[in-house]
Design a protein around this ligand. Structure first.
Ligand code: ADP
Ligand code: MG
Length: 353
């Protein structure tokens, strides 16, 4: 068992720098999720930890071992890929045991470890099948089993659920959470899906263009984002953003036709800000006329109303209960002023009040 420490880690491909000096501490046994949009460097960073990509500058430790220049096989990590990477001509059992067999572990030890992984992943009924005779979820379970058999200090997952359909993704997500509880090993999990990040992580690392935007527990990022990017990335549907101008103890939001009281410092008077409110914190006032209802999506227990206001800025309101608005109607929105987030219009950094 071991934690992972990254110290000023940089990755360059020729002249192109894709990872810009990452400092990160992942505790022993922690479930850490790297999340961010496609191309932000999640896989690159994970593959650097695995040793599949060379680290250009900086250092990495697993436990107290400096692994920066070590071969993948010496690092005590096991990786699970999006595309299962199973050997098609081998049975499930042989796929799981293959790594240990190659390293000439005794047969009895291999059997015992494969049996343990089989039990954890409930693969008993599939041991003699070849990958072609398995569903996507079963194949991914086998590739996780192969990682378990190796008994790594650190599990590395690169978007392991992206090839599965929506229902299976939820099922496997629950399995992976259970796996972490049972094994208790350090896990680093890459995804572009913020729902996976929120539900699985002890710690989320939000990446953007090879830089860490914020690190924190899921609900801390949701409640207390450092900047507009994190505020917009964590939470679904995304936070609504509108332009605003700071007055004395208040912020005017022209799109809503409202001025919201806020304890913002007097020094910000006249400052341009981005005002953010989450869809779930807005309520519709059908008597108002500041906004037009463009579209309503009803999902059953919840519905989403898409509105546009005086400035043309769009926003989404999440509604629960039976009172529903209809398209074309004019309305206003209300919210608890403590739910308002403010960001500097230029730097997009949070202005905490
Ligand atoms: P993510 O996994 O977050 O979608 P990646 O880590 O795959 O992103 O890629 C990060 C950036 O590095 C991208 O801009 C990608 O084009 C670039 N990149 C990845 N691999 C290479 C490579 N072998 N050569 C040059 N650029 C690469
Ligand atoms: Mg990737």
């Amino acid at each position: 068992m071991a934690g992972v420490t990254l110290n000023k880690v940089i990755k360059r491909y020729g002249d192109v720098q894709v990872i810009h000096g990452i400092d990160l501490e992942i505790a022993d046994g922690e479930f850490c999720v790297f999340v961010g949009p496609s191309g932000c460097g999640k896989s690159t960073l994970l593959r650097m930890v695995a040793g599949l990509e060379e680290t250009t500058e900086g250092s990495m430790h697993i436990g107290d071992r400096d692994v920066t220049r070590m071969d993948p096989s010496q690092r005590g990590v096991a990786m699970v890929f999006q595309t299962y990477a199973l050997y098609p001509h081998m049975t499930v059992k042989d796929n799981m045991g293959f790594g240990l067999k190659m390293n000439k572990h005794p047969k009895a030890e291999i059997e015992a470890k494969v049996a343990e992984a089989t039990r954890i992943l409930k693969l008993e009924d599939y041991l003699d099948r070849k990958p072609a005779a398995l569903s996507g979820g079963q194949r991914q379970r086998v590739s996780i089993g192969r990682a378990i058999v190796r008994g790594p200090d650190v599990f590395l997952f690169d978007e392991p659920l992206s090839n599965l359909d929506a229902e299976l993704r939820v099922e496997m997500r629950v399995e992976i959470a259970r796996l972490h509880k049972e094994i208790g090993a350090t896990m680093i999990y890459v995804t572009h899906d913020q729902v996976e990040a929120m539900t699985l992580a002890d710690k989320i690392v939000v990446l953007r263009k090879g830089v860490i935007e914020q690190v924190g527990a899921p609900m801390d990022l949701y409640r207390d984002p450092d900047n507009r990017f994190v505020a917009g990335f964590i939470g679904s549907p995304a936070m609504n953003f509108m332009s605003g101008k700071v007055g004395t103890g208040e912020v005017a939001i022209p799109n809503l036709g409202q001025t919201i009281p806020t304890p913002i410092a007097p020094a910000y008077k006249g400052h341009d800000v981005i005002a953010g409110v989450r869809p779930e914190h807005l309520s519709i006032d059908p008597a108002g006329d500041a906004l037009t209802v463009d579209l309503v999506e009803s999902l059953g227990g919840v519905s989403f109303a898409y509105l546009s206001g005086a400035t043309g800025e769009k926003l989404v309101v999440e509604e629960r209960g039976d009172e529903r608005v209809s398209e074309g109607q004019t309305v206003s929105v209300t919210f608890d002023p403590s739910r308002l987030y403010l960001f500097d219009a230029k730097t997009e950094q949070r202005i905490r009040t």
